[in-house]
Design a protein around this ligand. Structure first.
Ligand code: ATP
Ligand code: MG
Length: 256
């Protein structure tokens, strides 16, 4: 059965999609069967996996509304060697349309059950909001990966996210836990980054992943070629860090 993880942080532009796409490709590289779920109307994970979001007959939107199933909607990322349940701007409508539906926060969970046996991992790239879409991600997952930049305001938003996860754990999904905090876009020359990083370790102990993703321009360039960074330039520092992170994830969940 697949282990399902949400990559979530309600702050925008903190590296959720870069983490989802590169972790998916990093896990595929070490022989894992992966489904990447794009749960963001921006469709960045879809594009980053080399799938054109403008040319899709169906997306996760139809899946959430019960109009299509995962098997007929998923695509294969030729560059990343993993499957993708794609998204595009159509998904923005789902927030409102789901309000009417039964068990609206469990729509994704129920849809993914159909293919759970086909994968080792499912990774869900969440949008930058604590919305009904993110709630669907949290209800479907066994754990949350929280990418964060080591800057002052990062800690402020973190407590809202941690509270939301606690509430979902208590009321909707007892399986849910925080797998770890991932430091991304890290620049060791910045003193504040080092301070915030040390604070994170102090507060969250071994919930902070050992792998640290550096700020690396190759990771930012890769999406415009429709490739995960770990495939686009495997020798880059950013790619190597994501592969190390993938290996750490596999180790960490053995004890789950
Ligand atoms: P959103 O909240 O809009 O979904 P996000 O949290 O998914 O954003 P990304 O899209 O992954 O964040 O990253 C934001 C920007 O930072 C992108 O342009 C991405 O290419 C760049 N970026 C992410 N990680 C790195 C890194 N380690 N080094 C350099 N650039 C990075
Ligand atoms: Mg994103």
């Amino acid at each position: 059965m697949a282990k399902i993880f949400c990559v979530a942080n309600q702050k925008g532009g903190v590296g959720k999609t870069t983490t989802s796409v590169n972790l998916a490709a990093g896990l595929a590289k070490i022989g894992q069967r992966v489904l990447l779920v794009d749960l963001d109307p921006q469709g960045n994970a879809t594009m980053g996996a080399g799938i054109n979001k403008a040319e899709l007959e169906a997306t996760v939107y139809q899946v959430l509304l019960g109009l299509a199933d995962v098997k007929s909607t998923r695509k294969h990322s030729e560059t990343g060697k993993f499957d993708v349940l794609p998204a595009n701007r159509e998904l923005a409508g789902a927030e409102v349309e789901m309000v009417e539906l039964e068990q609206r926060e469990k729509r994704l969970k129920n849809a993914l059950a159909e293919v759970e046996a086909e994968y080792d991992f499912m990774l869900i790239d969440c949008p930058p909001a604590l919305s009904m879409l993110t709630l669907n991600g949290l209800c479907a997952a066994h754990g949350v990966i929280i990418p964060m930049q080591c800057e002052y305001y990062a800690l402020e938003g973190l407590s809202d996210l941690v509270n939301t996860i606690k509430i979902v754990h208590a009321k909707l999904n007892p399986d849910l836990k925080i797998i770890g905090l991932l430091r991304v876009m890290f620049d060791p020359r910045v003193t504040l980054s080092q301070q915030v990083s040390a604070q994170l370790e102090q507060h969250f102990g071994d919930k902070v992943f050992k792998a640290i993703i550096p700020r690396n321009v190759r990771l930012a360039e890769a999406p415009s070629y429709g490739m995960p960074g770990v495939v686009f330039d495997p020798s880059s520092k950013g790619a190597q860090a994501y592969v190390a992170f993938g290996t750490e994830m596999v180790e960490r969940i053995k004890s789950m």
